[in-house]
Design a protein around this ligand. Structure first.
Ligand SMILES: *Cc1c(COP(=O)(O)O)cnc(C)c1O
Length: 525
């Protein structure tokens, strides 16, 4: 039996639940084992019949490949089954509750998918002449307008491809603004609870990172920010609501202090889902903020599709926003791609961030979500997201421990591991036991400021029945841990396709490329 270095099995089968079930095929009922495609397909075979190629005279001057290219040959059903089986191993928001905090795994309404496949949107090419894609550009303009309306900001860059990419876009604009003012600043303030992408973005830009500690209640105090500000500070990167699921109560005073020190306020807007239609970040003093369309506006996420992280800018930064941006030119819509043209319009774009204009499919989905919900519907989605998180909090607060006291949260609820103290069960064990119960675990060990953190975000789209079963399951597990049923946790997951993996070794010795095993290679040669 395969074991990891902690002596725990990595293949299913040996468990207290199903005993030593060993099947001839390695399959577990109708859950099939699936090897890598290179291990399944034979390099010598092919699943298609092609006529012998005509003798052609190569024009590559002797550089053409002569050896085998090593693609696995499979029949069409074999290839299809391979990918269908893999897709079934991928847990998704479409298969069950996905309570990852900080990630907003939101339902993607099928209507969005239908619209994104309308041929006029789905089949356009980024190099098409603009007069042939007027509708698509008009759609981008409309989406931009709504994003500005919802955030109370002045300009938007649609091109960033993800939240982290948006952070980079916002911070380049901030650097450009400082440079235009002749001000040399070298430090960015980042609260301790920030998502790792924030300090990474600041460091990538060449800034030093000054960490801001949170206070007892998990929020950032304006005095602490003020003490860290100085003529060397270029910006603060603050997440609001923050990664502890709390709205920063002093955010307006913080923005004021930051501006008085000549710095800019970058807001990590990944948690916008909690406040859409309730608060406009522009009114809080934010200068730049990314919006994760794949979190807040229901576009697919992770394995489900590309991200999209438009950035909105305040008056102070608007002119530094990158090209391209859309304009209405008489009867036509147009993307301004040329920096010279932008400068003639009095702007000062920092350049461009991507080859083209961004993720068109995500724009269609996000706009569909906005139009189908309406202003009242979007506000209600935020209210329901907050309600769902607090419903989970209320259902668990007597058994679980909250790091910052028993206070209401925004769209996600944070627990620590004090309730597991002396049980022998860790946050990781608890998360693995959830897999056996059919739940993707919540976000664990993040934010780093909380010991053994468990960050749960149910989103607005879960029904009350779904939340009730989730709460009952977590209560059942917490009680099992308290009763001393430790083995159940240490052995978990028992029912997943793979058992506990050696994550430390995987991180230290990553295998990034498939290598044929030597015996197989020899046989092939
Ligand atoms: C998701 C997230 C990001 C990064 O967004 P990506 O689209 O994954 O790059 C940044 N900050 C916070 C708080 C997030 O939750």
């Amino acid at each position: 039996m395969a074991m990891n270095t902690q002596g725990r099995p990595t293949t299913p089968g040996a468990s207290m639940l199903d005993g030593e079930v060993r099947t001839f095929t390695g399959n577990r009922g109708l859950d099939h084992e699936e090897p890598l495609i290179f291990e399944r397909g034979s390099l010598e075979k092919t699943g298609v019949d092609l006529p012998e190629p005509k003798a052609v005279k190569p024009r590559l001057g002797g550089l053409e490949r002569t050896g085998a290219i090593g693609l696995p040959g499979l029949t069409e059903p074999e290839a299809m089954r391979h990918y269908v089986r893999l897709s079934r191993k991928n847990y998704a928001i479409d298969s069950g509750l996905y309570p990852l905090g900080s990630c907003t795994m939101k339902h993607n309404p099928r209507l969005n998918e239908k619209m994104a496949r309308v041929p006029g949107f789905g089949d356009v090419h980024p190099l098409q002449p603009q007069q042939t894609v007027q509708g698509a550009i008009a759609l981008m303009q409309m989406l931009s307008g709504y994003l500005l309306e919802l955030t109370g900001m002045k300009a938007v860059a649609l091109s960033p491809k993800a939240g982290a990419h948006g952070e980079l876009c916002g911070m380049i604009a901030i650097k450009a603004a400082h440079e235009a003012a002749g001000s040399k600043r070298s430090v960015v303030l980042v609260p301790e609870s920030a998502h790792g992408t924030n300090p990474a973005t600041a460091a990538f830009m060449g800034y030093g990172v000054r960490s801001i500690p949170a206070r007892e209640d998990g929020t950032v105090a304006v005095e602490v920010v003020r003490a860290a500000l100085g003529p060397d500070v270029a910006a603060i990167m603050l997440t609001n609501p923050n990664t502890c699921g709390l709205f920063e109560p002093e955010v307006v005073a913080i923005a004021k202090a930051v501006h008085e020190a000549g710095a800019y306020f970058y807001c990590d807007g990944a948690n916008f889902n909690a406040i859409v239609g309730k608060v406009r970040p522009g009114d809080l003093g934010v200068d730049a903020m990314h919006i994760n369309l794949h979190k807040t506006f229901s576009t697919p996420h992770g394995g489900g599709g590309p991200g999209s992280g438009p950035v909105v800018f305040s008056e102070a930064l608007a002119r530094f926003a990158p090209v391209p941006f859309g304009i209405r030119d008489g009867e036509r819509f147009r993307l301004v791609e040329d920096i010279g043209e932008a400068e003639r319009r009095g702007l000062k774009p920092f350049g461009r961030l991507t080859a083209f204009h961004g993720q068109m499919g995500m724009f269609v989905r996000a706009l569909t979500y906005m139009l189908s919900h309406g202003a009242d519907g979007m506000r209600q989605a935020s209210e329901d997201a907050v309600l769902s998180a607090n419903y989970v909090r209320a259902g668990l607060r007597d058994l679980f421990t909250q790091p910052f006291g028993d206070q209401p949260c925004m769209h996600e609820v944070l627990f620590d591991d004090r309730f597991l103290q002396d049980t022998g069960v860790t946050t990781l064990d608890f998360a693995k036991a959830m897999i056996d119960e059919g739940y993707h675990p919540m976000t664990v060990y993040f934010p780093l400021v909380v010991h053994g953190a468990m960050l749960i975000e149910p989103t607005e789209s879960e029904s009350k029945d779904s939340l009730d079963l989730f709460i009952a399951t977590l209560r059942h597990l917490a009680e099992a841990a308290r009763r001393g049923d430790v083995e159940r946790f240490k052995q978990a997951p028992r029912l997943a396709p793979r058992r506990r993996l050696d994550e430390t070794r995987a991180a230290r010795e990553p295998k990034l490329r498939w290598q044929p095993d030597p015996a197989r290679r020899q046989a092939a040669e």
